[in-house]
Each structure stands twice: as structure tokens, then as C-alpha cells.
Design a protein around this ligand. Structure first.
Ligand code: SAJ
Length: 419
């Protein structure tokens, strides 16, 4: 079968590479021309373990080619749509990218094509997109073409392992559609595969990330309680988790990335009634940078540094440890919340360009350091040494990176008891 992958981002490019290296002829369609050029020259535009070698292999074998010309994806057997489905300002889903991808596919597909949506979408979207193709092309869904929602489930940083070993769900608009998609992905998937309807599959994907978001919110609420009672929430969680049926998540400065802050909104968006728990969990997680701000300002108050004199260094801009990805990072929410009240905000992140790349420089003369990302490298910092460079020694840990408060520091941490 000949495959076209629409959208060559964090999910589309790795998926295209997997199919190409499994022996299929794959054409990647992407409107950003610089991305197309870079891929065709064998260079990935995203950072991910193994990606450069695997891409080079696919390009050299001639099984993968990227293009910005819709004529190059005419008459393919399979179309896999991997475009983003972000939120608008008002937290409603923006399905423009998806709609435009489906319109492109509708124009170039043939009778018998299999159209697969990997993008995370609000419930009922796949059925609606099938109807859109029927309208635009006059084909009958399930008879003249097949359509499936096959959600990606990979974790950035582990994409090429998880693409192979994670189990996958294939939600067809008809059983035959799901059957075809399952067979196709079996060419490289070694995890279990399951078939269902497209609406179940859409809900499953959104439930997974909502489960994680709501559980993190509960952990964050426990952290807030720990501040009320003056205890360390991490000690309490560790002990609670010794119960065989309890597994509390990790509290922290907030929830970032492209999925968890968005997917709970997609899950409830098409529904008619209001869903309080899911919405409240989002609000709790979004409020965590403000708690971090409070901890910082209280620490400044304790040593009589007026905020408007303070130089604050944020350690980590990425939304999670050992990643260069800054999408929806709570570090930005914290920066926004303090920048008008302090003298200077500096940022240091060894993975992220545009920040200080020298820790000593970033901390020189600073009054406070705030850890916003759990990069492994932050766990072994010599705070007593670094403290000598600082004007005032305040350390605020938003990610439970520092086990014991370093000597000579005013220390605060999310969930660490003290306000
Ligand atoms: N976080 C916490 N506490 C925790 C776990 C995470 O504060 O206990 C924070 C992280 O620091 C980060 C955010 O949540 O800021 C999200 O990180 P993550 O590691 O939970 O997830 P993502 O966004 O990198 O990937 C998730 C994964 N979903 C689940 O684990 C259910 C991944 O498998 C999905 O494929 C991905 O979303 C996606 O694309 O939907």
C-alpha cells in the first residue's frame, strides 16, 4: 500500500518514518516548506532520541519523501492525518487544521482509500469528518472509503519505543475500517491492538489524559493541604502509596505540554451539560504557578528583600524533565505572574535556546532561584557552592528536585509544608 502522512510534526514524522522503514512507500505532506526541505535532506526538525538515524535510513532507502504539493499525494491507498488540534483563547477546540487536512485529502483520495485520523479530537469528530468527505467528494463512507480514528499514545522522549510497544486502539466508522487500519499498523506495532468504534476511540484517548490531569490535580490539592498543616506532602504521598490500591501522582508547579492542559477541554466540549470535576482539575493545575509565586514572595519577605529589587532566576523552561519542549510550560505562567513585580527575571535551561546556558552566570548576583522543571541535571547541583554567587540565598523548588534544603538557604517548595 502507498501511504500519505498529513502533518509532519512530533507525531506525523515519527509515524511516517516507522511506515517507511517497515517497507511502505510513504509521502509526507507538510505545508511548512522549510520542514519539507530539512526532512528530505535527512535532518529532523524535532529533537527525539533515534530520530536522525531512522530518518536518514528512510530517506536513503527512498521509501520516504516529504512534499508541500497536494498533487504528490493523489490517489494513495492510505491517508494518515497527524495535525494539531489546539485550543483557542476561550478554551474551545480549534479544528481548522484538521478540517483543512480533511479537505485536502477529500480532493486527492480515490475510491477505496483508508483515511486515518491520529490527531486527538473531540468526541464525534471522526464521524463528522467522514460526512465532510461525503459532501465534498460524493463518496459514501464505509462503502467507497474507510475511516478510522487511531489515537497516538506516545510520550515525547520515548516516541520510537512507544510507537512499537504501546498497545493501540483502532476506532472505525465501520468494523471493516478498523480491521484495515489494524492490519496496516501491525506492520510495526508489537503491542496489543484493539478495534472499536471511532467515537469510543476518541473518548478513550481523551479519558487517558483526563485521568492523568485529574489525578495530578488531586495530588496538587494534597500539596496545598500540606502547606496548611505544615507537613511535607511527598513524605505523606510515599506513605499513602504503600497501600496496595493507592497511587497518588506527583504534585508540582503545574501541568504543561500539548496534551494534558487541552484534552480535558476536548472531552467535555461537545457535551450538553457541565462537568465540574474535570473543569475544576484544570483550574487547580493552572493555579499552581500562583502558589509558587506566593512561596517565592514569602521567602523574599522573610529576608526583607523588596520584590521590586529582586533578581529571580528560573531554572527550567521545558514543560517536563530532560525535554526541550516548552509548550504550555508552567514556567511561563510563573514568569508572567512575577515579571511586573520583580526587578529582573532570568531563565536557565540547558535544553532550551534563548535562555542562559551558563548556570553560574544565570545565578550571579541573583536573590532567588526557582526550579520549574525536573531536569535530571538539576538534582545534583551544588547549592552551597552556587549560593556563594547569589546576592540572597533563596531557593524555591517547584518540582521536588532538591531532597534536603541546602544549608544557608531560605528554602520553599511546592508541597513542602512551609509557606
Ligand atoms: N506532571 C505532574 N505530575 C505527574 C505527572 C506529570 O505534574 O504526576 C506534569 C508534567 O511535569 C508535565 C505535564 O504534567 O508538565 C504532562 O506531562 P506527562 O508526562 O504527564 O505527559 P505528556 O504530556 O508528555 O504525554 C501525555 C501522555 N499521556 C499519559 O500518560 C496518559 C502520553 O502517553 C500521551 O501520548 C500524550 O500525553 C499525548 O500526546 O496525548
Amino acid at each position: 500500500a502507498e501511504i500519505a502522512v498529513i502533518g509532519l510534526g512530533y507525531i506525523g514524522l515519527p509515524t511516517a518514518i516507522m511506515f517507511a522503514n517497515a517497507g511502505f512507500r510513504v509521502t509526507g505532506y507538510e505545508i511548512r516548506r522549510n520542514v519539507v526541505e530539512s526532512i528530505n535532506s535527512g535532518k529532523a526538525h524535532i529533537v527525539e532520541p533515534e530520530i536522525d538515524d531512522l530518518l536518514k535510513k528512510a530517506i536513503e532507502n527512498g521509501t520516504l519523501r516529504a512534499t508541500s504539493d497536494p498533487n504528490d499525494i493523489k490517489g494513495k491507498d492510505v491517508y494518515i492525518i497527524c495535525v494539531q488540534t489546539p485550543l483557542r483563547e476561550d478554551k474551545t477546540p480549534n479544528l481548522e487544521f484538521l478540517r483543512s487536512a480533511v479537505e485536502t485529502v477529500a480532493k486527492v483520495m480515490k475510491k477505496g482509500s483508508l483515511v486515518i485520523i491520529e490527531s486527538t479530537v473531540p468526541p464525534l469528530t471522526t464521524v463528522k469528518m467522514a460526512e465532510l468527505i461525503e459532501e465534498l467528494r460524493g463518496f459514501r463512507a464505509g462503502k467507497d472509503f474507510y475511516m478510522v480514528h487511531a489515537p497516538e499514545r506516545v510520550m515525547p522522549g520515548r516516541i520510537f519505543k512507544e510507537l512499537v510497544y504501546n498497545s493501540r486502539i483502532f476506532g472505525g466508522i465501520t468494523p471493516e475500517s478498523a480491521e484495515l487500519a489494524e492490519k496496516l499498523y501491525r506492520s510495526f506495532v508489537r503491542g496489543q491492538t484493539f478495534k472499536t468504534s471511532s467515537t469510543v476511540s476518541e473518548v478513550v484517548k481523551l479519558m487517558e489524559n483526563t485521568f492523568r490531569d485529574v489525578n495530578i490535580a488531586l495530588a496538587n490539592e494534597f500539596a496545598l493541604l500540606a502547606h496548611q498543616y505544615g507537613i511535607d506532602v511527598f513524605e505523606a504521598i510515599e506513605l499513602a502509596n504503600t497501600h496496595p490500591r493507592v497511587k497518588i501522582h506527583v504534585p508540582g508547579i503545574g501541568v504543561g505540554g500539548h496534551c494534558l492542559p487541552k484534552d480535558p477541554h476536548l472531552l467535555v466540549w461537545p457535551a450538553e451539560r457541565d462537568f465540574g470535576l474535570i473543569r475544576l482539575a484544570r483550574e487547580i493545575n493552572d493555579s499552581m504557578p500562583l502558589l509558587t509565586r506566593e512561596l517565592l514572595f514569602n521567602a523574599l519577605g522573610e529576608v526583607n528583600v523588596p520584590p521590586n529589587d529582586a533578581v529571580v532566576t528560573i531554572l527550567g523552561l521545558a514543560y517536563k524533565g530532560n525535554s526541550d519542549d516548552t509548550r504550555n510550560s508552567p514556567a511561563f505562567a510563573l514568569i508572567d505572574a512575577i515579571k511586573d513585580d520583580v526587578a529582573e527575571v532570568r531563565t536557565y535551561d540547558p535544553f532550551v535556546g534563548g535562555t542562559h546556558q551558563n548556570l553560574e552566570e544565570a545565578l550571579n548576583g541573583a536573590d532567588a532561584a526557582v526550579i520549574a522543571t525536573d531536569h535530571t541535571a538539576f538534582k545534583s547541583l551544588d547549592w552551597e557552592g552556587l549560593g556563594k554567587l547569589m546576592r540572597t540565598r533563596i531557593l524555591v523548588d517547584g518540582r521536588h528536585v532538591v531532597e534536603k534544603p541546602p544549608r544557608g538557604f531560605v528554602f520553599r517548595g511546592v508541597g513542602r509544608g512551609e509557606y
